[in-house]
Design a protein around this ligand. Structure first.
Ligand SMILES: Cc1cc2nc3c(=O)[nH]c(=O)nc-3n(C[C@H](O)[C@H](O)[C@H](O)COP(=O)(O)OP(=O)(O)OC[C@H]3O[C@@H](n4cnc5c(N)ncnc54)[C@H](O)[C@@H]3O)c2cc1C
Length: 562
């Protein structure tokens, strides 16, 4: 048996935030992680955080206020918005991020034109709320670098080189700008050197940079992190959570936790049973592929339920949706590639199995999937085709395929990408009516040349245009698809994590079905219900709250106000 003040289950954004805040508040902390590597889905992510009124945005002169953000959340989540949680988030997100930036190695920057996802709604921001982590040198982790979960393989170049959001404009322009060519050449040279001594590149960006920086800071504070060590049972004494049983390297180990346990196990995107219960289209037997890692199997939710915690089931959607393509692997399996942005670029459209467009391709991924599910309601399969011409694919790439000069050949040979010289040939290849596809393309091309999309409004707001190409006019999201060959890639519904989770109060305390806190039990990240009520207001709306509620939980456990 060992004894600490706080036991933290899970090593993603929520877990590290809780552990570091608790340690800085003077508590002894043990972190335990079920998987052989730490980082969870946060390590897979872009690491972006949505923090209204943050200091980086202010420094750029972008005005914002708590009231504006609250108004926006009310319009996004409607009567599903839990005001207590929304206020707790908005009051604490800045202190939490300021704590993280001042006491750890994590550094963020604002992206001034990264608009909220529904920027015409009241209270929405046209930029500045979404913060991007700065790159981090993985070599600083020393031997622990090998314990850091790598990004999804399909999202790295050359099987191991990370590209950050800030690198992408250079990648798109590398054949047309000397500055961009030098930027990409520099990254590639560093990667080549890295591979002499490491299994992958050590220039970390996105969620990998966030987790690596948090992990280094935790190690420097002497916070122990056990890998291969799931929490399997909570220990209760007179209704108070007193610790847990941790299965460490296969052996049951009792951990007493004087101030409590934080559940930060990352929700249930890898649990088929819970997904069948809560994902409508999965319940109906529809195709779906989740992007998060296999360890996120709802353990925190089950543990919380066993201790008497209730689930907050009133969310608009149980998960954060994203369309995915399935990238064939040499062993015959497939890996998902989440399509966040390229749908919005000029020269891309999506069509359903009839060959018709069905939605605005530049809308957010969370909005795209319900439109896809609806469009396929009476069809055999829930899928669509992402279509583009040669100019678009060479300039921006498609899914796991990079832009020129990266080759298309291997992707054509393994069937990930389909291509034809004419539209009727492509229609035949993907099994859609050639005449319908012809009409779709004709109409798109005529309107795109004028920069208009009268059917779905692609490129009509600041968020759509952020997803487009600012150098392309008159509409950054629209271009005729006219340069053969033409290409198609299949997309199906997927998710990047769950929204539905344990009911908590504004102090991250797990509540029972009567709304009474279970003493010494906290949940943060995707183990707690999303503050957004199942809506997706902007980039970073899961990791922003994960860092914030981890911080809140730790401060409460330490007896400090949060
Ligand atoms: C490709 C991709 C991009 C994304 N980009 C963004 C983004 O930019 N911004 C954003 O806000 N969101 C993003 N998301 C979503 C985001 O990654 C998650 O919502 C978030 O990271 C969840 O954080 P967490 O701390 O709750 O869980 P995680 O980071 O998943 O960590 C949970 C950890 O708990 C471990 N665990 C599970 N069970 C146990 C147990 N019994 N005992 C101990 N440990 C356990 C898991 O193995 C895992 O390591 C993205 C997701 C993906 C897949």
């Amino acid at each position: 048996m060992i004894e600490v003040d706080l036991l933290v289950a899970g090593s993603g954004a929520a877990g590290f935030s809780a552990a570091l805040a608790a340690s800085h508040a003077g508590l002894s902390v043990l972190m335990v992680e079920k998987e052989p590597q730490f980082g969870g889905s946060t390590a897979y992510s872009a690491g972006v955080i949505w923090i209204p009124g943050n200091r980086h945005g202010r420094a750029l002169g972008i005005p914002d206020s708590k009231q504006e953000a609250l108004t926006y959340l009310q319009h996004e989540a409607g009567n599903r918005l839990n005001l207590e949680l929304a206020n707790a988030f908005l009051d604490n997100c800045n202190p939490a991020v300021e704590f993280i930036e001042s006491k750890t190695h994590v550094r963020y920057e604002a992206v001034p034109i990264w608009a909220d996802y529904h920027p015409t709604k009241p209270g929405a921001a046209q930029g500045g709320r979404s913060l991007l982590p700065l790159p981090f040198d993985g070599r600083r982790l020393g031997r622990r670098f090998a314990d850091l979960r790598a990004p999804i393989k399909t999202m790295m170049a050359f099987g191991g080189m990370m590209l950050g959001r800030g690198d992408l404009p250079h990648v798109f322009k590398m054949t047309r700008s000397v500055r961009s060519a030098l930027h990409v050449a520099g990254m590639t040279a560093r990667y080549a050197v890295d591979r002499l001594g490491h299994a992958r590149g050590t220039r970390l960006t996105n969620g990998n940079a966030l987790i690596a920086a948090l992990a280094l800071s935790a190690e420097e504070r002497g916070i122990e992190l056990w890998l291969n060590s799931p929490v399997v049972e909570l220990l209760l004494k007179d209704g108070v959570v007193a610790g847990a049983i941790v299965q460490r390297d296969g052996k049951r180990q009792e951990v007493r936790a004087r101030r409590g346990v934080v559940l930060a196990c990352g929700g249930f995107p890898a649990d088929d049973e819970l997904k069948r219960r809560y994902y409508g289209h999965v319940r109906e037997g529809r195709q779906h592929r989740s992007a998060p890692p296999p360890g996120n199997r709802g353990d925190g939710i089950r543990l919380g339920r066993q201790a008497g915690g209730a689930l907050a089931e009133d969310v608009a959607y149980a998960a954060a949706w994203v369309p995915v393509s399935l990238v064939p692997q040499p062993d015959g399996s497939t890996l998902p590639f989440p399509h966040f942005y390229e749908r919005g670029k000029p020269g891309y459209i999506t069509v359903d199995a009839s060959g018709r467009r069905f939605t605005n391709e530049s809308a957010s991924y969370h909005d795209f999937v319900p439109a896809l599910v609806e469009a396929c309601r009476d069809r055999e399969e829930t899928m669509c085709w992402l279509i583009c011409d040669h100019r678009a694919i060479r300039r921006y790439g498609m899914g796991a395929i990079g832009p020129a000069p990266l080759p298309l050949g291997p992707h054509l040979r393994n069937g990930y990408l389909l291509s034809a010289r004419t539209w009727p040939e492509l229609a035949a290849l993907i099994g859609v009516d050639a005449w319908v596809l012809h009409n779709t393309i004709q109409r798109v091309n005529v309107n795109a040349a004028r920069g208009e999309d009268p059917d779905f409004g692609k490129g009509t707001d600041a968020y759509h245009r952020f997803n487009g190409d600012p150098a392309h006019q008159p509409n950054p999201c629209l271009a005729p698809l006219e340069r053969p060959p033409f290409y198609a890639m299949k997309l199906i519904p997927g998710d990047i994590g769950t929204f539905l989770g344990l009911r908590v109060d504004g102090r991250a305390r797990v509540l029972d079905s009567s709304g009474v806190p279970i003493r010494n039990l906290y949940a943060a990240g995707n183990d707690m219900t999303s503050v957004m009520g199942g809506a997706y207001p902007g980039a970073g709306i899961t990791i922003g709250p994960a860092l914030t509620f981890g911080y809140i939980a730790a401060r409460h456990a330490a007896g400090l106000s949060a």
